[in-house]
Design a protein around this ligand. Structure first.
Ligand code: WTA
Length: 705
């Protein structure tokens, strides 16, 4: 452990990070004139002296069945309770209450990937009908009731928000698994959540191909069965009306076409169940430092209030806007900022099925032009892809954004400027929103009309959120010191998840144990939330996020745990040990490289490398496919036997491996380095100059064990 600690201290919080400070950009006057948060008084209203009561302003965006009596209950830290005593229904808030005035307004505009298939407009009235009918089906055919869990494995189709809102209507907890994840990953989440119903789709379009998706349902159900959970019913939506597009057979008595079943529920209406503010609304699984994904449990009242408030002030959504968040609903961004936030405000939210550059790099801009999108929201990976594929494409299309968001990864200032100048045509304000699956909504961002933009920095804490940077000992690193440390949030906020599903100890351990000095304290001030990201705090109060400080690799905005990747590699019979490390990538931010050591007597061959890749792809999903698999004679290890991921990460990235003299097997480092780097150079994968930020991450990697 000592070696680890020394290595960490040499590379982490104690090193001053020298950034080039970027210049400010001010929001356009036209934007300021119409902004929802245009009055600087809002900053005062949400200042710490008004905490937690300031969040009444967010709660009052919702319709409550019973109004709450206590804003924040801190009697059982860190299990905070927001808006206690209140009851409400999320589906009512996102659908029913908009009918009186906006029955005929588009709630969703769905754009299928094939360009010759027409766009579908789903009005609030139509959404109301579909949500009710599906809720009736869930209640009467599947026999689910409030508090039960239902797992979805759905792609980017409107049936996904319909299913979410139908569950919400019944008080049933939904758990959507990203469509790109494998059947096994889905099965694992079914088991963890104890779901007996799986909602899926036969197929969906991706990059021009109609992919078989139903096959994953069979794998998921089988995996769940082997692990003690029986899925009673699999509900299958059909991507093409009336036509089954999967070669995988339907299982008699278990699998049902949703369109067939819905015939029995035409016109059905289901009274929204009034739920306590604290009732869980959904689970969203994410990676952490162990091989088991964590089911982040989000509340109904606090979560919905928080996403409504941040959608209003940070996304600046007005009733007449056309808002397009280009994220997957299978991730938290899609839950909060495609579905719940925009719909709570009665907005029009665009859902696009496919990839941004299909069939050509102009596609996204054609969608924006055609639909009159004026708020655009996406991740740096997509921005980098669009820039590479068609740097001049946006100019060819007549669309005008007033507002753009970036989320999910640090954005390089140079990429930020392309987004601003070319995509935004210099007319749009940008918010760089930093947050996590666990958080429900934004934590760090500039307030678009009131605070300047600074490329590469997310901004200060958002309204009512007070971040701080702490060193390893818990001392505050002052703003402007230029030192990196761990970004924490000093206070609870309404969107914070309630717990890790079924694992309250892990919740406390992962997010609060590090900096809580008095576990008996009932005062929220004693419970800083540890986000797991490194950051710096500039003199102007802006935070710059450096990336994870735990063993999580952010690949194209997707969080992948090293332990999950490594366990998948270990399913290959030949493999004795494995280690996953991040490699800086021009387009995807990071990619994964795997190092594996084989059992004695096994031959290293291209075939074994392929098996490791295949295992990862089938167990986790295609997004996790490693860039390279390196078979090595042994892993660099500490004397206590821990694999030094930091050292192999440095090898893969051609950076300095640092002092390895204290390792148990220092000689191995040089032999791995020679082999791997020679091979990379031979493949044309040449060393890149890393930014200070990237260097920090690589040299810090694997610090938390
Ligand atoms: C990273 C996505 C820099 C960060 C909403 C965080 C960011 C992880 C930003 C959470 C940003 C997210 N700038 N880094 N604006 N936003 N991250 O759970 O490392 O998929 O901890 O939530 O993404 O990823 P998650």
């Amino acid at each position: 452990m000592d070696e680890l600690r020394d290595a960490a201290q040499a590379t982490e919080a104690h090193i001053a990070v020298h950034w080039k400070e970027e210049e400010y950009y001010w929001p356009p006057a036209k934007f300021i004139a119409q902004a929802n948060a245009g009055d600087p008084g809002i900053l005062e209203r949400f200042s710490e002296k008004h905490f937690p009561e300031c969040f009444k302003e967010y709660a009052d965006l919702l319709t409550w069945d019973t109004y709450w009596h206590t804003t924040l209950d801190t009697s059982n830290p860190p299990f905070w309770k927001w808006f206690v005593g209140g009851t409400l229904n999320a589906s009512y808030n996102c659908v029913d209450r908009h009918l009186a005035r906006n029955r005929n307004k588009a709630a969703f505009i769905w754009v299928p990937e094939p360009e010759d298939e027409s766009t579908a407009v789903i009005t609030y009235q139509e959404l109301f009908a579909r949500v009710n009918e599906f809720a009736a089906l869930l209640r009467d055919f599947c026999k689910v009731k409030a508090g039960d869990r239902v797992t979805f494995h759905l792609p980017m189709v409107p049936d996904l928000p319909v299913a979410m809102l139908a569950c919400a209507r019944l008080g049933v907890i939904h758990s959507e698994v990203f469509g790109g994840f494998s059947g096994f990953a889905c099965g694992d989440r079914i088991v963890d959540s104890g779901s007996h119903i799986l909602v899926t789709m036969d197929a969906y379009y991706r990059n021009g191909d109609l992919l078989d998706h139903k096959v994953k349902a069979d794998q998921a159900v089988e995996y769940a069965r082997e692990h003690g959970v029986t899925v009673d019913k699999v509900l299958v939506w059909r991507r093409l009306p009336g036509k089954y597009s999967s070669p995988t057979p339907m299982v008699e008595g278990r699998d049902f076409f949703v369109d067939d079943l819905l015939k029995d529920y035409r016109g059905a209406r289901v009274e929204p169940t009034s739920m306590p503010a604290e009732a869980p609304l959904f689970l969203m699984y994410t990676s952490g430092t162990t091989a088991k994904p964590k089911g982040c449990q989000h509340s109904t009242g606090g979560y919905l209030a928080y996403v409504a408030g941040t959608s209003k002030y940070y996304q600046d959504i007005h009733p007449e806007d056309t808002y397009w968040c280009f994220a997957d609903i299978g991730w938290i961004t899609g839950h909060s900022y495609i579905v719940y936030g925009p719909l709570a405000l009665g907005a029009t939210s665009v859902i696009y099925e496919g990839v941004p550059t299909y069939p050509d790099p102009g596609r996204s801009w054609r969608i924006a032009e055609r639909l009159g999108v004026n708020i655009f929201h996406t991740a740096p990976t997509t921005i980098r892809m669009l820039r590479k594929a068609g740097p001049d494409e946006p100019k060819k299309y007549n669309y005008h954004f007033k507002h753009m968001t970036t989320v999910g990864e640090p954005i390089e200032p140079e990429v930020w400027r392309w987004y601003y100048d070319v995509v935004g045509k210099g007319e749009a304000v940008i918010v760089d929103t930093w947050w996590q699956t666990e958080n429900g909504g934004f934590l760090g961002s500039s307030l678009p009309a009131l605070q300047a933009m600074k490329p590469g920095s997310c901004g200060p804490g958002v309204l009512g959120v007070y971040p701080v940077i702490l060193d390893e000992e818990g001392n505050e690193i002052p703003a402007g010191s230029g030192k990196a440390g761990n970004i924490c949030i000093r206070n609870p906020w309404p969107g914070i998840f309630q717990t890790i599903w079924g694992r309250p100890e892990r919740f406390v351990e992962t997010y609060y144990a590090k900096y809580c000095t008095n576990t008996e304290s009932k005062d929220w001030q004693d419970w800083p939330y540890f986000a797991g990201d490194g950051a710096t705090h500039a003199a102007d109060g802006y935070f710059r996020i450096l990336g994870r400080v735990d063993d999580v690799i952010n690949v194209a905005g997707h969080r992948l745990g090293t332990k999950e990747l490594e366990s998948a590699a270990l399913t290959v019979d030949e493999v004795a040990e494995s280690a996953a490390v991040p490699v800086v990538d021009e387009l995807r931010g990071r990619t994964v490289e795997m190092y594996v050591a084989l059992k004695p007597g096994r031959d290293s061959s291209a075939e074994t490398e392929a098996k490791v890749s295949y295992a990862i792809e089938t167990i986790i999903g295609k997004i996790a496919r490693p860039k390279n698999v390196w078979i090595v004679p042994d892993m660099p290890k500490t004397r206590s036997g821990k694999i030094m991921r930091r050292v192999i990460a440095s090898i893969s990235n051609f950076t300095d491996v640092g002092d390895v003299a204290t390792l148990a097997n220092p000689e191995i480092v040089e032999s791995i380095r020679r082999k791997v780097q020679a091979e990379k150079v031979a493949r044309g994968d040449l060393p890149k100059a890393l930014s200070a930020q990237e260097l920090e991450e690589i040299q810090r990697f694997g610090r938390v064990e």
